[in-house]
Write a protein that binds this ligand. Structure first.
Ligand SMILES: *Cc1c(COP(=O)(O)O)cnc(C)c1O
Length: 368
């Protein structure tokens, strides 16, 4: 059996240390906010190379809180790629704005200035760049483009903990970087958690206030109608224990992807290009006849995934936000196949997967 991922092996590496940390959280009753949350926020801002980090309840809230703190809401449009996890678009709708879906580059499946341009109109307030599968697009060009149009760039870095491009970490390019620490992400909590990183301390103060019932710094007055989306102490302690291992885990993923690239020789299977030093949240191939190939791999004991089977604008509640077809995202949805990838993967496991992929022939024919 080759699983798609192996969260248990990651948990095993840190579980003793986390249990000791949890005893301290419990001894101090430091459950919401407090020293464990502050320590992780500092460590995470330091890791990402930003001035501030605000712990929040989950990745969806990280995006929605950022948009609210930027003053984005009813009457505004926010550009998002069509081929992302639905939460990116969901956060836009949650703040009362309209998501405007755009297409992506066929070799990276990431937005470019050309695809972003198709979504711009007089109501556009921001773009959310998604570092899909851990891959950071050409941020320098995108930021120059956005600056000229006076659009805020928000990063959805929920799949890119530790990805770097030209020495800069995911989350540090835009006005804010939004992270999810859902257990299966490259840095995962023992439940739901999230964070926003930013260099703009006025922005981080507003996010902190909105996420904590609209509280002012003095704690006693509520200056806006906020919500409750805070990072709790037990999760912060988990994240602080895991953070020192993140680079080693990401490097192990990079080594595994390099081995895949070396061993995979079937010309019909194309690994999606990573135009940066990716954290490789997923190792995705474009495979014609994807569903047949999946069945075949399953028969050999290989588990695969599809991230994601339908682009956002094909889901019922989001259909009205995509007036035009988005052919690259739509075709990719039929061909993307997430291959097994996790830090503890062995070369033997990669050989088994690549051996099966290399033997594929007629399965790889495009249907109709
Ligand atoms: C996981 C994920 C989110 C949402 O994070 P949650 O913590 O589940 O709310 C948002 N965007 C992308 C791209 C994700 O992968």
């Amino acid at each position: 059996m080759v699983p798609l991922t192996d969260l248990r092996a990651i948990t095993r590496e840190v579980s003793e240390e986390i249990q000791a940390a949890w005893q301290q959280v419990v001894a101090g009753s430091a459950f919401i906010g407090g020293p464990f949350v502050e320590a992780f926020e500092q460590a995470w801002a330091g890791y990402c190379g930003t001035r501030a980090a605000v712990g929040v309840g989950n990745g969806t809230d990280a995006i929605a809180l950022t948009l609210r703190a930027l003053g984005i809401g009813p009457g505004d449009e926010v550009i998002v790629p069509a081929n992302t996890f639905v939460a990116t678009a969901e956060a836009v709708v949650l703040v009362g704005a309209v998501p405007r879906f755009v297409d992506v580059d066929p070799s990276t499946l990431l937005v470019t200035t050309e695809t972003l341009e198709t979504g711009v109109n007089e109501r556009t307030a921001a773009v959310i760049v998604v570092h899909l599968y851990g891959n950071i697009p050409a941020m320098d060009a995108i930021q120059r483009w956005a600056e000229a149009k006076k659009l805020a760039v928000v990063e959805d870095a929920a799949q890119a903990h530790g990805s770097t491009r030209r020495g800069r970490k995911a989350g540090s390019f835009g006005v804010a970087g939004c992270f999810s620490f859902y257990p299966g992400k490259n840095l995962g909590a023992f439940g739901d958690a999230g964070a926003v990183v930013t260099d703009d301390e006025a922005l981080s103060d507003r996010i902190r206030s909105i996420s904590n019932h609209g509280r002012s710094a003095s704690h006693d007055s509520h200056t806006v109608v906020g919500t409750n989306s805070r990072l709790d102490g037990l999760q912060a302690a988990v994240l602080s224990c895991k953070l020192p291992l993140l680079d080693a885990w990401n490097n192990a993923r990079r080594d595994a992807v390099a081995t895949y690239r070396r061993l995979l020789v079937n010309q019909g299977v194309h690994l999606v290009e990573a135009p940066c030093e990716s954290a490789h949240y997923q190792n995705v191939a474009l495979v014609p006849g994807r569903d047949r190939v999946r069945d075949r791999l399953r028969a050999y004991g290989i588990e695969t995934g599809v991230h994601y089977p339908m682009p956002c604008h094909k889901h019922e509640p989001y259909r009205r936000y995509a007036p035009e077809p988005l052919p690259v995202a739509e075709q990719a949805a039929d061909e993307i196949l997430s291959l097994p990838l996790f830090p503890h993967m062995t070369e033997e496991q990669i050989r088994h997967v690549c051996g099966c992929l290399n033997r594929l022939g007629s399965e790889l024919e495009r249907a109709g």
